[in-house]
Design a protein around this ligand. Structure first.
Ligand code: SF4
Length: 381
């Protein structure tokens, strides 16, 4: 099988994506966080106009699912009233920044806000929708999160690094970091990083076009040892939900546990993080135990929610979670949206059956074919 085609745009609130269960409306919270009123408002919108669930995405965004075409204007009005909507689709598309959700230094948030504002300038209008920034200047916690231009921590301070380069340029402070990130963006545009189809990514571009000396550097970024687990973390609490999908009830329960002004931060690890929260509210959907079997399985929405799917991925993943000896990815088709890469075990849906791939991606050669999802038993394979 060959690797699937990748779309060159990301859905948003203004420009939702059509799925098997209706429209998927992606919300990009400012600085990756929402307050109590916004959490309650999103829960209400999800219940009133959608399927009652809120997805956390790997770009630290939130998604409402199952929105009908007729309800979309009401959702847009609701998001606007909650302060969760950009003024235009273009403004929304150009605010593609992932900010360290576990930050303690407010300078990172100030930098991300200044960067978001600068990117609204006319000179950046042509940037591809998928072109993204990562602000990770404290501890390298977002080392695994993709981003074309990265503001990162080094052993000595802060660096700015173009994706595709192993080292970055040291900067004296966050002001210089902002200026260097914008200069890199201008260089990417001016040196032909954007193709005739409007697409383009930094890593591919620098492979053929070496950075100019004033934007290159030799400083290595630091990397956190591993992705975070749910539970107590950095003087707060990290909360997961099966498949990164929070029910409106669980979001409401979480909002009820917040003090006024206490934010919920959306992480690109498909979890929510609440600084200062010591104990999770009691709700069955909220996971704070890193050993919870549901954290061993990954699955895309699958059937009936995605038109490409021919198997119900998540019920199958839930059933197998308790017995899989290693992390398992259940993908509705070979595209691998939930995990576009290898996993120890991958089940790929095909014409109502599953293929099992060991240590590979959904599109790789399977070890077993045509398994019946209703009777499939991993222990016998
Ligand atoms: S991987 Fe899943 S969500 Fe993605 S296109 Fe295939 S069935 Fe749909």
């Amino acid at each position: 099988m060959s690797a699937p085609e990748i779309k060159g745009w990301c859905p948003g609130a203004w420009r939702p994506m059509r799925s098997g269960d209706g429209l998927v409306v992606r919300v990009r919270p400012w600085l990756g966080q929402i307050d109590r009123a916004q959490a309650l408002g999103l829960a209400e919108l999800a219940e009133q106009h959608g399927s009652g669930v809120i997805d956390v995405t790997s770009r630290a965004n939130l998604q409402l699912r199952g929105i009908t075409d007729a309800a979309h204007p009401a959702v847009i009005a609701g998001l606007s009233a909650l302060g969760l909507l950009d003024e235009t689709p273009e403004a929304e598309a150009h605010r593609n920044i992932v900010l360290d959700p576990f930050r303690s230094d407010p300078a990172q948030a100030r930098l991300a806000a200044a960067l978001a504002e600068a990117l609204q300038g006319a000179e950046f209008t042509a940037l591809p929708n998928k072109f993204g920034f990562v602000v990770d200047a404290e501890a390298g916690r977002l080392a695994e999160i993709s981003g074309d231009i990265r503001i990162e921590a080094s052993a000595e301070g802060v660096i700015v690094r173009a994706d595709g380069c192993e080292t970055g340029r040291a900067v004296a402070d966050m002001n210089e970091a902002l200026g260097t990130a914008l200069a890199l963006t201008r260089w990417f545009i001016a040196s032909g990083g954007i193709g005739a189809d409007g697409r383009g990514r930094m890593a591919r571009h620098v492979a053929a076009h070496p950075l100019p000396a004033d934007l290159a550097g030799a400083v290595v970024p630091v990397q956190a040892p591993s992705a975070p687990n749910p539970g107590a973390l950095h003087d707060g609490l990290c909360l997961a939900a099966a498949f990164g999908q929070f029910s409106s009830d669980s979001l409401r329960a979480l909002a009820g546990a917040l003090d006024a002004g206490q934010p919920i931060r959306v992480t690109p690890f498909r979890m929510l993080f609440v600084p200062g929260l010591a104990q999770a509210p009691a709700h069955l959907d909220l996971i704070t135990d890193p050993a919870d079997p549901l954290l061993r399985v990954t699955a895309c929405p699958g059937a009936p929610f995605c038109p490409q799917a021919t198997i119900a991925t998540r019920p199958l993943a839930r059933r197998l979670a308790a017995v899989t000896p290693v992390p398992l990815h259940v993908s509705g088709c070979a595209k691998g949206c939930a995990l576009p890469g290898p996993a120890p075990l991958t089940l790929t849906g095909r014409m109502g059956k599953c293929d099992l791939v060991r240590d590979g991606a959904p599109w790789d050669e399977p070890a077993h074919r045509d398994l019946d999802p209703d009777t499939l038993d991993l222990r016998t394979l």
